[in-house]
Design a protein around this ligand. Structure first.
Ligand code: HEC
Length: 279
């Protein structure tokens, strides 16, 4: 994504376009964003929108077709599988920390865990397992370790429908925190995520169509230049482009944003490890 010279005109447009805050629970927020999306893109289903910029760009769509499966995806999944099944010195493994060795679980993350009173992403859950077994933690921003493990774990949920829950009061609070961050202006450009994604999805920012927030949690990790890019890594790139110091990899802020986006993707079919063009 580049910020071209034309941005002055667009930034004026963005400055006046934030939606008013919702005083509503997760389902109302989701319904309202879905309704807005239907109005903006009547010809595109939420599952179509999961393709990111390609949903609006026939050229990008053709490229994505040619890159299915994404180059590097099989290697990333295999590298992640090795880390997942590798035995710790005590004979246990990451696979042993999760039901069914981790099959299908990714569809339900992030999730609020009342035992640790925290919103748990796949990254946090993996690091909790490593802590339990006295192993060094993985950096949530590292494509070679956390990225490949998520490529594998998410591939085990391919074809499942996203099903994150925000029914308990603490989970609803975390969702609201994610929504608030999404609609809060940050950084030197004074943009919120919503300035671009919610209100200008489908419009061109430079030479890239702006993806919709609907479906944003379906295809990750993305494969770019053969390397897995997790949702959190991608969000950090947008923050950087906004002139905001990106929240640290593995931070609660990124977890909240991911929870919000994942909730908007509820009911959509997971297609992990999809191709995205080099940035
Ligand atoms: C100035 C406009 C702008 C802002 C502000 C912005 N983004 Fe983006 N974002 C983009 C564009 C453009 C892309 C597509 C890049 C591409 O695919 O080449 C993108 C891509 C993404 C993607 C990947 C979508 C996909 O499926 O490929 C996610 C997720 C995302 N942004 C989330 C966020 C979040 C969360 C924030 C706020 C922290 C944010 N963005 C702020 C413009 C923006």
């Amino acid at each position: 994504m580049r910020f071209p010279d034309r941005r002055a005109a667009l930034s004026l447009l963005l400055a006046f376009s934030l939606a008013p805050a919702f005083a509503a629970g997760p389902e109302e927020v989701r319904a309202s964003i879905l309704a807005q999306s239907r109005e903006r893109h009547p010809a595109l289903s939420p599952q179509d929108l999961a393709a990111g910029a390609a949903a609006f760009d026939a050229g990008r769509r053709a490229q994505a077709e040619l890159n299915r499966p994404a180059p590097g995806a099989a290697e990333a999944v295999e590298a992640g599988r090795k880390i997942w099944t590798r035995k710790f010195p005590n004979g246990r493994s990451l696979a042993g920390c999760f039901p069914n060795g981790g099959r299908r679980i990714a569809a339900a993350y992030p999730q609020y865990d009342p035992r640790v009173k925290r919103l748990v992403t796949l990254e946090t859950a993996i690091n909790q397992c490593l802590t339990t077994h006295g192993q060094p933690l993985m950096d949530a921003g590292d494509p070679a370790t956390m990225g490949t493990v998520l490529a594998y774990l998410r591939s085990l949920a391919d074809g499942r429908k996203v099903a994150v829950r925000a029914t308990s009061a603490p989970a609803r609070e975390r969702f609201e925190e994610g929504r608030r961050l999404y609609f809060t202006r940050m950084g030197q450009q004074n943009y919120a995520c919503a300035s671009c994604h919610a209100n200008h999805s489908g419009q061109y920012f430079g030479d890239t169509a702006i993806p919709s927030p609907v479906g944003a949690a379906v295809q990750w990790p993305h494969l770019r230049d053969g390397r897995p890019v997790t949702l959190q890594m991608r969000v950090r790139e947008c923050l950087d482009r906004m002139g905001a110091a990106p929240f640290p990899a593995g931070s609660d802020e990124l977890a909240h944003l991911e929870f919000f986006l994942a909730y908007l993707s509820n009911g959509l079919t997971i297609r992990a490890n999809a191709w995205r063009p080099p940035s």
